[in-house]
Design a protein around this ligand. Sequence first.
Ligand SMILES: [Zn+2]
Length: 483
Amino acid sequence: MAPPKSALEFLDFVNASPTPYHAVANSAALLDAAGFTLIRERDNWASTVKPGGKYYTTRNGSSVVAFAVGARWKPGNPIGMVGAHTDSPCLRLKPVSKRSANGYLQVGVETYGGGIWHSWFDRDLGVAGRVLVREGEGEGKFVQKLVKVDKPILRIPTLAIHLHRQTNFDPNKEDELLPIAGLAEAELNKTAEPEAEAEGGDFQPLKAMPERHHPAFLSLVAEQAGVDVSQIIDFELVLYDTHKACLGGLNDEFILSARLDNLNMTFCSIKGLIGSAQSTPLDNDSSIRLVACFDHEEIGSLSAQGADSNLLPAILRRLSVLPGATTPSASASDLAASTAFEQTLATSFLLSADMAHAVHPNYAAKYERNHTPAMNKGPVIKINANQRYATNSPGIVLVQEVARQSAVPLQLFVVKNDSPCGSTIGPMLSAKLGVRTLDMGNPQLSMHSIRETGGSADVESAVRLFEGFLGRFSELEGRILVD
Ligand SMILES: [Zn+2]
């Protein structure tokens, strides 16, 4: 059996995306190739965004919102949306990372999100992220460069079993999760890096980067960024497993990968939007098709670019008053004062896409017996009476209708009453916007491990579901009425 094409494309995407910055850059590359135009939030969109066009914008380089405007769009019309997140639990370099102990060089790291930290031990860890560098003569300007040091420069070794016989492995996150980066002796023999003294005694409000981080480490990062060490002013770097994601299982039925949660849904939603513009042309569409992939879900979404920010509301407001091709020439201020925004919210729908839990054969008792999602049996609709998930019946009717037309199987998930329940961006966005929302995601095992397991056939299923939802939303929206 040939591995599904979408699964192979996903492997390339996830391998190239060790950080949200890379995930956004790689999403942008897919969108560019499909004819989407980059626009910026800081600009006026009046002369650029038009019915029939395809656009995307980014915030902080770590969240991305892409949309395609139906040619028959009118202010106040519905917007069909898919939401996902670009971040995953990881270890991030501390602002002063330079440490050493017992002859080893070490780097200080900070935990991000709720990772399964014991899975980070004995891995071949590289670093990636963004570096802010000074460019040009004189005062110059500061630009962002993405870096990926794709070799195992860091490692968190386990303690030999002979020295520590234990049944539960629960490392201390401050003292025992500290990577080694080499031997102090080797570092001493290296020629000294140019220090900040070269600046001619200028006042420096912070210690120079070579004082905060190991010089050999900075050299590797500078080489990756294509700059001198002296140009690096700051960075946000995280650790990642250099072991590439791959297919697994006797019949390639699995995807073994980091960051399935939630780059799988980020990839599928972007591909679904691109595919919908090809399979269902925008010519007859009176809605807007939109995908929003947010940073910072793993830490609660409360940041300028998280799902709890004004990112999506601000974009929806700007789009809701976008004049149609045949809208009489009302002035922009008339439109802004109209009720188009509220009408758009009342008619729109959000598919909140975040990975779901496949049943684990060794821990089946942890799952509600009638709700045990299987791998490669399609996206999972997540339901919770206590609204940890925003799913309700009208949403299930809508998604079921899309799935029927797209021939995509669906599954249902609910947690046991005596089990904790995760949550995601769905309830938050639905409360903030008052938009009808459904929570769903592809099934996976080992969520938040450094190496997760998903289904290779489920990638194609989710792409098709999103493509069908975005392409047919304007036609289906009016058929499911509650209020
Ligand atoms: Zn997630």
